[in-house]
Design a protein around this ligand. Structure first.
Ligand code: 13P
Length: 249
């Protein structure tokens, strides 16, 4: 079985005005000079997707959204659909990020409905899962994450292209990362669930690690079994940092 093609995705979160497109252009220049082994994606705020799509035209960098509404359109003030992200130039969308689960009360069922919306629009979902510090300390990390995998990944994903991102909530933006053995155990558990649920699709689905990935730790994390890439927050905002992570796989 061929292993999943690695994916390194940058999640800009709520950072970036038009001037930040310079970083995206700089990244495209670095990748053009030396192509990467991994697929590369940038997920800017929704306001920048259209401009970034123009700025990166002809580059190898795919663009992603950070969330979408499940419905295609309707009376949902302030929300954005997967169709709209696609129309603006996105090819992927991050769904179920812990900042959405915590800040917007998104449940696994909500995330699963968004995944269906993303697939309908032709977007590749990156579905995020991850335990809290209390859950890890209580010894429940793997159970919690497996529950999220089962609840947030609908059967519609069989045969489709998608990614799962394991992001321990306590590792995000904290500078802390799990022990490599804990990352390996979690990714193995997710892989087993993916294969059980989706068969060969599950074996080919990249499982990304996210949470305080930096140039200094990327190489050792990306070398862990079943770590097929990274979802990078803060270190994706600067092309010179992000390229080091991209080149670490
Ligand atoms: P940091 O890389 O800033 O810890 O963020 C991780 C993350 O939440 C990516 O989605």
């Amino acid at each position: 079985m061929t292993p999943p093609r690695p994916l390194i995705a940058g999640n800009w979160k709520m950072h970036g005005l038009a001037a930040a497109l310079e970083e995206a252009r700089a990244l495209a220049g670095l990748l053009k000079a030396q192509p990467a082994a991994a697929r590369v994606a940038l997920c800017p705020p929704a306001t920048l997707i259209d401009q970034m799509a123009w700025a990166l035209k002809g580059s190898d960098i795919a663009i992603g959204g950070q969330d979408c509404r499940a419905e295609a359109s309707g009376a949902f003030t302030g929300d954005v659909s997967a169709e709209m992200l696609k129309d603006a130039g996105a090819a992927l969308v991050i769904l179920g990020h812990s900042e959405r689960r915590a800040g917007h009360g998104e449940s696994d069922a909500d995330v699963a409905a968004k995944v269906v919306g993303a697939l309908r629009a032709g977007l590749e979902p990156i579905v995020c899962v991850g335990e809290s510090l209390a859950e890890r300390r209580a010894g429940h990390a793997i159970d919690v994450v497996q529950g999220q995998v089962r609840g947030a990944l609908p059967a519609d994903l069989a045969g489709r292209t998608f990614a799962v991102a394991y992001e321990p909530v306590w590792a995000i933006g904290s500078g802390l990362t799990p022990r490599l053995a804990d990352i390996e155990a979690m990714h193995a558990a997710i892989r087993a669930d993916l294969i059980e649920a989706f068969g060969p699709t599950g074996a080919a689905t990249p499982i990304l690690y996210g949470g305080s990935v930096k140039p200094a730790n990327a190489r050792e994390i990306l070398a862990v079994a079943d770590v097929n890439g990274a979802l990078v927050g803060g270190a994706s905002l600067k092309a010179t940092d992000f390229i080091e992570i991209i080149r670490a796989i």
